[in-house]
Design a protein. Structure first.
Lengths: 322, 382
C-alpha cells in the first residue's frame, strides 16, 4: 500500500472518530450512572448550532465552545429534570430532545441568519487549525514515518488530541476516583449507594452535566474543525453512531475508543472506496461499508461475538424508599 | 412529600392530553415570539391552512394517514411492553416491499389483485424488519430500543443501496425506480369522489386513509376484544404474571413487534402506491418518529391515535402553509413542537399530572364542601 494513502487514512480516521469519541464518552458517563441517553444526537446538534452562532456573532473560539457546551448541558439537565427528578421515561425524553434540537436549530437559524437554516461561516480566527502545521513538511523526507507521523498523526487540531486525552481522563475518573466508583455503583445498584448515604440524584445530575459538556465539545468540533458553519441536521446520525460505539465498547472508555476508531476507519474507507472496482466482487457497495458500524453493533448486542453487559440499573428511575 | 393524589379517569383520558398539548403549544408560542412573530397570527394561519379549504384538509388527512399507521405501530409494541423506535425503518422496508411487488407485477396483474398483493408485500417486509430486533430481544437479550435504532440506519442504507445499484431507472438522473404500471396506482380521494359525482380538488390524499381507519379499528378489536390481544397486553403489563398464567412471553414479544412492523410497513401504501407511483429515497420523511409522538399523545389507544394523527397532520400541513406565507417561519417549527409534545406528554407525565390532580381536587372540594372527599391513606396536604 502506498505510504501517502496510509497517512491520509490515519488522518481521516482520526478526524471522523473525534466527535464519535467525545459523544461516546458523554453517553458512557450518563449510562454508567444509570441514565439512558438516546439524546446524544440532539445535544450534539444543538451544541453545533450554538457554537456556530456564537462563533459567527462574537468571533471568539472560547465563546463558541462555551455556548456549545452550555446548550448541550441545558438539554442534559432537562433530561435529568424529566427522568432523574421525576422518573419520566428516559427513552421518551431522549427522543424528545432529539426532536426539539432538530426543529429548534433550524427555526432559530432561519430567524436569526436568514440563510435557510445555515449559519454564516465562522471566521478563520475562530476555526481550529492544526497544532503543528509544519510537521508534515519537516518529516516528508523520512520514509513511512513521514507519512504516518507527519500526515497521519501530527496534522490535527487540538480537539483531536483533547478527545484522546479525555478517554484517559474519563477512564481515570471512573476507575481511580471515589466519584467514579460511586458513579459506577449508582448505575448498578442505586439502593446500595443511597443506603451508604450518597445522593443518587446528585450523582446522576453530575454525570449528566459532564455528559452535556462532552456533547458540547463534540458538536462544537463539527463546526469549529470540520465545516465552519452550521447546516440543518449536520450531525447526520453521528450521535447514534457514538451511542453504538459506546455499546460496542461495552460501556468502557478504552474499548469505546477502539470502536470509534474502527467506525471512523470504516467511514474513511467508504469514502475512498466510492466507485472502486474490486476484482471478483465488483464495485464496492459503499452503503454497505457505511452501514457496517450499525450491523456490527447489532451482531455484538445479539451476543454472537463477545458479550455486551449494560449497567444493571440502566433505564430504571430511582425512587427513594421511605 | 405527600402521596400523589389520584387523577379521576375522565381527567386522565380526556383532560391530560389537552393540558399537555396546551403546555407544548405555549412553549412553541414562546419560541415563535422569541423570533419576533405573533404566535396568535401564526396559529390562526396554521388552522386556516390545515382546515380552511378542501385542498388544505386533503393534505392534512394525507399526512394523518401515514401517522395513523406509524402511531398504531408504536402503540401495539407498547402494549406488548416494547418501545419500538424503528417504525421509520419498518415503514421504509414496507415501502420497499410494496414497491417491489408493483415493479414486478404491475404490468401483468389487474389492480384488484395487485393492490392487495402490494399491501401484503409492504406489511410482510415491515413485519420481518421488526421481527429481527424482536427475536434478538426475546432470545438473545439485546435491547429492542437500541437494535431498532440501528435497524433504522440499516433500512435507509439498504434502500439506498438497492435504488442506486439495482432498481434505478436506466438512464435516469435521480435515484429512483421506473414508474409502476397504472394497475399499481391506489386511487386518489378526488378520483374516487369524482366517481361518485362529487367534485374535490386534486391532492395526495388517497383511499389508504380508509385502510388506516380500518387498521385502527382492527387494532382496537385485537387488543381489547380478542384472546391474542389479551395475551399481548398481559405480557406488556407484567411478564412474570403472564408467564405464570401460561402465556409464552417470548412468543408475544415477536408477535407484538411483528404486528407493529406490519402496521408501519403499510405506510408504503400511502406514500408509494398512493402518491409517488415509484420507489424513491426517504419517502417516509420522519413519519416513523412522528408515530412516537402520536402514540404518546393518543395515550396508545386507537381513538386517541386517530385524533392525534389528525392533529399532527394539521400541524404539518398548516406549518407548510405558514412557512410559505410568513418570511422566516420554518416548517421545522412543527418538528420542534412534536418534540415538546413528546417531552410534556411523555417524559414529563409525572411532573404535570400531579399539578392537574391537585387542581381538580381543590376545585371539587370547593364545589362540594359538605361531601368530604376521602383522603388517600397516609396522605397529607401541604
Amino acid at each position: 500500500m502506498d505510504e501517502a494513502l496510509i497517512g491520509a487514512m490515519i488522518a481521516s480516521t482520526l478526524r471522523v472518530a473525534t466527535p464519535l469519541i467525545l459523544g461516546a464518552l458523554a453517553g458512557l458517563l450518563a449510562e454508567r450512572s444509570g441514565v439512558i441517553d438516546i439524546g446524544l444526537e440532539g445535544k450534539m446538534l444543538f451544541a453545533g448550532f450554538a457554537a456556530a452562532a456564537g462563533g459567527a456573532v462574537f468571533g471568539s473560539v472560547a465563546i463558541a465552545l462555551l455556548l456549545g457546551m452550555a446548550a448541550a448541558v441545558a438539554l442534559s439537565l432537562l433530561h435529568g429534570y424529566a427522568c432523574v427528578s421525576h422518573r419520566g421515561d428516559q427513552v421518551v425524553s431522549g427522543m424528545a430532545i432529539d426532536l426539539i434540537a432538530a426543529g429548534l436549530t433550524v427555526v432559530l437559524g432561519i430567524a436569526w441568519f436568514h440563510q435557510g437554516g445555515q449559519t454564516p461561516p465562522v471566521s478563520d480566527a475562530v476555526r481550529l487549525h492544526p497544532l503543528w502545521p509544519g510537521a508534515a513538511a519537516a518529516l516528508s523526507g523520512v520514509p513511512v514515518i513521514g507519512a504516518v507521523l507527519g500526515d497521519g498523526l501530527l496534522s490535527h487540531n487540538i480537539m483531536v488530541y483533547a478527545a484522546l486525552a479525555l478517554v484517559a481522563a474519563v477512564w481515570w475518573l471512573l476507575y481511580r476516583t471515589r466519584f467514579g466508583l460511586r458513579l459506577r455503583a449508582v448505575g448498578e445498584n442505586p439502593h446500595m449507594v443511597d443506603a451508604a448515604g450518597v445522593s443518587v440524584l446528585k450523582l446522576r445530575y453530575a454525570a449528566l452535566t459532564l455528559n452535556g459538556m462532552l456533547c458540547g465539545l463534540a458538536g462544537s468540533y463539527l463546526v469549529l474543525a470540520q465545516s465552519s458553519s452550521f447546516a440543518p441536521n449536520m450531525t447526520a446520525g453521528r450521535g447514534f453512531m457514538a451511542l453504538a460505539a459506546m455499546i460496542f465498547g461495552n460501556w468502557r472508555p478504552v474499548p469505546a475508543l477502539w470502536a470509534c476508531l474502527l467506525f471512523g476507519f470504516l467511514d474513511a474507507a467508504a469514502i475512498r472506496l466510492q466507485g472502486v472496482v474490486v476484482p471478483g466482487i465488483g464495485e464496492v457497495p459503499v452503503q454497505a461499508v457505511q452501514a457496517l458500524p450499525y450491523l456490527l453493533t447489532v451482531i455484538l448486542l445479539a451476543g454472537f461475538v463477545g458479550r455486551s453487559v449494560a449497567p444493571v440499573a440502566l433505564g430504571q428511575p430511582y425512587v427513594k424508599e421511605r | 412529600m405527600s402521596r400523589a393524589l389520584p387523577l379521576p379517569r375522565w381527567a386522565d383520558v380526556a383532560l391530560m392530553p389537552l393540558v399537555n398539548l396546551a403546555i407544548a403549544l405555549v412553549a412553541a408560542g414562546l419560541v415563535v415570539a422569541l423570533i419576533g412573530q405573533s404566535p396568535r397570527e401564526v396559529m390562526v394561519m396554521l388552522i386556516q391552512g390545515a382546515f380552511g379549504s378542501a385542498r388544505g384538509l386533503s393534505y392534512t388527512l394525507y399526512y394523518a394517514t401515514s401517522f395513523i399507521f406509524t402511531g398504531l405501530a408504536v402503540s401495539v409494541a407498547f402494549h406488548g411492553g416494547l418501545f419500538n423506535i424503528g417504525a421509520e425503518g419498518q415503514a421504509t422496508l414496507g415501502g420497499l416491499g410494496t414497491g417491489l411487488v408493483a415493479l414486478w407485477l404491475s404490468q401483468r396483474l389487474p389492480a384488484p389483485v395487485l393492490l392487495p398483493l402490494m399491501l401484503l408485500g409492504g406489511a410482510l417486509f415491515g413485519m420481518v424488519w421488526a421481527a429481527v430486533p424482536a427475536y434478538l430481544q426475546a432470545y438473545r437479550g439485546s435491547h429492542v430500543v437500541i437494535t431498532t435504532i440501528m435497524f433504522n440506519f440499516l433500512a435507509s442504507a439498504l434502500l439506498g443501496y438497492l435504488l442506486v445499484n439495482t432498481l434505478r431507472a436506466p438512464g435516469g438522473m435521480s435515484v429512483e425506480s421506473v414508474p409502476f404500471g397504472p394497475a399499481a396506482h391506489l386511487p386518489g380521494m378526488h378520483e374516487m369522489l369524482a366517481g361518485l359525482g362529487i367534485e374535490w380538488p386534486s391532492s395526495p390524499l388517497n383511499i389508504s386513509l380508509f385502510l388506516a381507519l380500518l387498521a385502527a379499528a382492527g387494532v382496537y378489536l385485537l387488543l381489547w376484544h380478542s384472546r391474542a390481544g389479551y395475551r399481548m397486553r398481559a405480557v406488556g403489563a407484567s411478564e412474570g404474571a403472564a408467564a405464570y398464567a401460561g402465556i409464552h412471553p417470548k412468543r408475544q414479544v415477536i408477535l407484538a413487534m411483528g404486528l407493529s412492523g406490519a402496521l408501519a410497513g403499510m405506510v408504503g401504501m400511502n406514500e408509494i402506491a398512493g402518491v409517488n407511483g415509484k420507489l424513491l429515497l426517504d419517502f417516509v420523511g420522519g413519519a416513523g418518529f412522528t408515530g412516537i409522538a402520536v402514540a404518546v399523545m393518543g395515550r396508545n389507544h386507537p381513538v386517541g391515535i386517530v385524533l392525534a394523527s389528525l392533529l399532527f397532520g394539521a400541524l404539518f400541513q398548516g406549518g407548510a402553509e405558514v412557512s410559505m406565507e410568513v418570511q422566516g417561519f420554518s416548517r421545522d417549527m412543527v418538528v420542534m413542537l412534536q418534540g415538546f409534545i413528546v417531552l410534556f406528554s411523555g417524559a414529563m407525565a409525572y411532573v404535570i399530572s400531579p399539578w392537574v390532580a391537585r387542581a381538580i381536587h381543590a376545585a371539587t372540594r370547593r364545589a362540594a364542601p359538605a361531601a368530604k372527599i376521602a383522603e388517600p391513606a397516609g396522605g397529607t396536604h401541604g
